[in-house]
Design a protein around this ligand. Structure first.
Ligand SMILES: Nc1nc2c(c(=O)[nH]1)N[C@H]1C(S)=C(S)[C@@H](COP(=O)(O)OP(=O)(O)OC[C@H]3O[C@@H](n4cnc5c(=O)[nH]c(N)nc54)[C@H](O)[C@@H]3O)O[C@H]1N2
Ligand SMILES: Nc1nc2c(c(=O)[nH]1)N[C@H]1C(S)=C(S)[C@@H](COP(=O)(O)OP(=O)(O)OC[C@H]3O[C@@H](n4cnc5c(=O)[nH]c(N)nc54)[C@H](O)[C@@H]3O)O[C@H]1N2
Ligand SMILES: [Mo]
Length: 701
């Protein structure tokens, strides 16, 4: 793999997972033949047999139980093209409303918070390159030293330039070690923390009154809510001392510009949306949004965490970040798809709710790019529900724990083996050309969808060429919040990515480029009447008459709300869905280590990474260990209301004494998600991965 030193997102650096990715690709463990279940075991089959079996099963279940008995589950690792095609497949071919994806477990709270406040969700409204030039960054619940190692340099540069870094994390992580100030709140209390900071901002007269007046709405209510959160009260809830709260406010407010960046820590809570709202309120009250080098951003997760949430694999969404229940959006997208708007189903269940309905309302699942047996909350229950389906089909690169339960497994190509676009956390659309030849026997997800559609009676509309899919995606997104219509493969090849929104010049026909780089002469935008009635807000609502340069920085003139003002959200603190009690006295939080990726389906199959991170562990404070009589390496049983997991003790003073931490990368006995609580955020439907109550004991004693 080659590294590009000039590339702005990672500046040529690749983290350990990136460097070892080719090992995954060439590995013996790669699936290269379809598998079908026969007499209880998975046996190799031809592609035709496997595809026929899936189409037959889905068609049969639909005839018997109706289209909403067919579930579809996608992933934020899919390219934009594949995510788009999967959403279209569900609605047009299967006719089901029951589609969602693993991004629901990832950035959904930040997305919901951003839409409420700014009218738009783009992870970061500015490029990462702005970070070194701001004055202060509060990093809330991100361990980017392990989860986005190449980005760490932006924060080192920030500090070299005289800026300060504040990290909010119940653990002293590698990231927290870089900080000028480390706040260690009790898990699940970030909402109170942000409210306490806002209280002090008001009390100390640090509100940017002019900004609040001119660029926001809803301040009075939000102010009143924050004033109810006295610093001393917040100290009691969070464990962060009043002097530390004051120091945070001083560091954040004194420089001319500052940022708040959140990641999964505060977001993966049953109040994640409100928590994000509270941090945004802090930015708005201090005039730190929609101004140069200032703003709120969410640090993205998966390979295509941003693009994967824009083009319709979400339960309530149509391409271009349109709403499925918006009549104008339905008309527009149905026009592009050549179907009757009334034939499009409405919004479906969110990821966990969909998985939970398996075996009852949901009779079959088509799953692409996720491994919920390991990664879903209350995983033993999800595993049981998967087992109760009439039919499960999984497309994967390896035989994941979930694929191993399937009736049919299809082996697919992955990133370096196929061309496609992804969108970075900054909204930068990137083109990745196929770099290596896929192993014999595998097909792309696009080919799978094409073949299944044909077998289910839809011959057209599911091309296998990614560029053709992208050109349709452009049309479907035109006029929507995430407008890609002015972005072409040709531009992406020439430029260092293009930031959406990037509308196409109106009236000017754009042409597609064939594989050989020649103009095919096809009009991508024949007069499209539906473009006019899209009423979604386009942030920089200018209609370019020439090539649009893309939008690296959003909100500088106005926010994407109807009146152009950012909206304060009045929020109050509330406890986690499950608080410690006599029976379950300890808090469990979960997360990641640098050498493993997600459910580990791929990284656990790479020797170098396994050597670095061979298995699960329970991180705990020496005081808690002493109370249990546990020594380093002792097997600990962690028990919650959902189940029991066992893993060796890892004792460190870098964690709160009331909290234990487990990484979630492993199946089996040490599976952290056996324990986690599927309590959902009412808006984002995000499960509470980051807080639940447990009891810890020495296993086997
Ligand atoms: N090596 C590696 N890198 C990855 C991934 C991976 O699996 N492995 N996954 C990718 C994906 S999809 C994602 S989403 C990102 C995630 O990236 P991060 O969000 O950085 O990852 P996490 O480890 O889940 O959580 C971050 C931190 O939140 C802290 N935390 C726990 N509870 C709380 C709380 O209540 N409040 C606060 N403030 N903090 C809390 C944890 O201690 C942890 O250090 O990483 C991406 N990069
Ligand atoms: N306890 C706890 N649980 C968590 C989290 C947490 O912090 N704590 N974090 C949550 C988050 S943020 C996330 S993003 C999820 C992630 O968890 P999962 O959704 O399980 O994600 P992966 O492990 O990346 O699974 C991706 C699967 O798709 C396969 N794959 C890769 N590329 C392709 C492709 O192009 N096509 C197809 N068809 N398959 C492909 C891989 O081999 C792998 O089996 O976990 C969530 N679960
Ligand atoms: Mo994620």
């Amino acid at each position: 793999m080659t590294e590009r030193a000039d590339f702005p997102v990672n500046r040529g650096a690749l983290c350990g997972k990136g460097r070892t990715a080719p090992a995954v690709l060439s590995s013996r463990v790669r699936l290269t033949s379809p598998l079908v279940r026969s007499g209880g075991t998975l046996v190799p089959a031809t592609w035709d047999e496997a595809l026929d079996r899936i189409a037959g099963a889905l068609g049969g279940i639909r005839a018997e139980h109706g289209p909403d008995a067919l579930g579809v589950f996608g992933g934020g690792g899919l390219t934009n093209e594949k995510a788009y095609a999967l959403g279209k497949f569900a609605r047009v071919v299967l006719g089901t409303s029951q589609i969602d994806y693993n991004g629901r477990f990832c950035m959904s709270s930040a997305a919901a918070g951003g839409i409420k406040a700014f009218g738009l969700d783009r992870g970061m409204p500015f490029p990462l390159e702005d970070i070194p030039r701001t004055g202060c960054v509060i990093l809330v619940g991100s361990n980017l030293a392990e989860t986005m190692p190449p980005s760490l340099r932006f924060f080192s540069e920030l500090r070299e330039n005289g800026g300060t870094l504040i990290v909010v994390d119940p653990r002293r992580t590698k990231t927290a070690e870089q900080a000028d100030l480390h706040l260690m709140p009790r898990p699940g209390t970030d909402l109170a923390l942000a409210l306490g900071l806002l209280h002090l901002v008001v009390a100390e007269g640090r509100v940017d009154e002019e900004y609040v007046r001119e660029r926001t709405s809803g301040w009075e209510e939000a102010r009143a809510a924050a004033m109810a959160h006295w610093p001393e009260h917040v100290e009691r809830i969070t464990g962060v001392s009043v002097p530390q709260l004051r120091e945070t406010v001083r560091m954040f407010c004194e420089p001319e510009a500052a940022m708040v960046l959140t990641a999964r820590g505060p977001e993966q809570q049953s109040k994640g949306t409100d928590t994000v709202g509270a941090w945004i309120n802090l930015c708005l009250a201090t005039g730190r949004a929609g101004r140069p080098l200032s703003g709120y951003g969410c640090l993205t997760g998966q390979g295509n965490g941003q693009g994967g949430r824009e083009h319709g694999q979400k339960a309530d969404q149509l391409p271009g970040y349109r709403k499925l229940d918006d009549p104008a959006a339905r008309r527009h997208v149905a026009g592009v798809w050549g179907v009757d708007p009334d034939s499009l189903p409405g919004p479906g269940r969110s990821a966990y709710e969909l998985l939970d309905a398996m075996g009852t309302e949901i009779r079959s699942l088509l799953l692409m790019a996720s491994n919920p047996v390991v990664s879903a909350p209350r995983a033993a229950h999800v595993e049981d529900r998967l087992g109760s389906l009439d039919f499960l089909a999984v497309c994967d690169v390896v035989l994941s724990e979930t694929a191993a339960l399937a009736d049919v497994v299809l082996p697919v190509t992955q990133w370096a083996e196929e061309t496609g676009t992804t969108t970075s956390l900054e909204g930068r659309v990137l083109l990745r050309r196929r770099a290596i030849t896929p192993p014999e026997g595998v097909r792309s997800d696009l080919e799978v969808l094409h073949e299944l559609a044909a077998r289910l009676g839809v011959e057209k509309g599911f091309p296998t060429d990614p560029e053709e899919v992208f050109d349709e995606l452009r049309r479907a997104s035109a006029g929507g919040p995430a407008d890609y219509s002015g972005i072409t493969y040709r531009r992406l090849a020439e430029e260092n990515g293009v930031f959406w929104p990037c509308p196409a010049p109106v009236g000017e026909a754009t042409t597609t480029v064939g594989d050989d780089g020649e103009d095919t002469g096809l009009d991508v935008f024949p007069e499209d009447p539906a473009r006019d009635d899209a009423d979604a807000v386009r942030p920089d609502a200018v209609t370019p008459d020439a090539v649009h340069p893309g939008t690296p920085r959003l909100f500088l003139d106005r926010f994407a709300t109807d009146d152009g003002r950012a909206r304060f959200v009045p929020v109050s603190h509330r406890p986690a869905a499950e608080e410690p009690d006599a029976e379950y006295p300890v808090l469990l939080t979960t997360g990641r280590v640098v050498a493993q990726y997600q459910s580990g389906a791929q990284t656990r199959r790479v020797e170098e990474l396994n050597a670095a991170a061979p298995g699960p562990f329970v991180e705990l404070h020496p005081r808690l260990a002493a109370r249990l009589g546990a020594a380093e390496g002792d097997p600990l049983a962690v028990v919650s209301r959902r189940g029991r997991a066992v893993a060796p003790a890892r004792i460190t003073s870098g964690i709160r004494p009331d909290t234990v931490f487990m990484p979630f990368h492993w199946p089996g006995e040490g599976r952290a998600n056996t324990l986690t609580n599927p309590a959902l955020d009412p808006t984002s439907r995000m499960p509470e991965f980051k807080v639940c109550a447990v009891r810890v004991e020495i296993a086997g004693s």
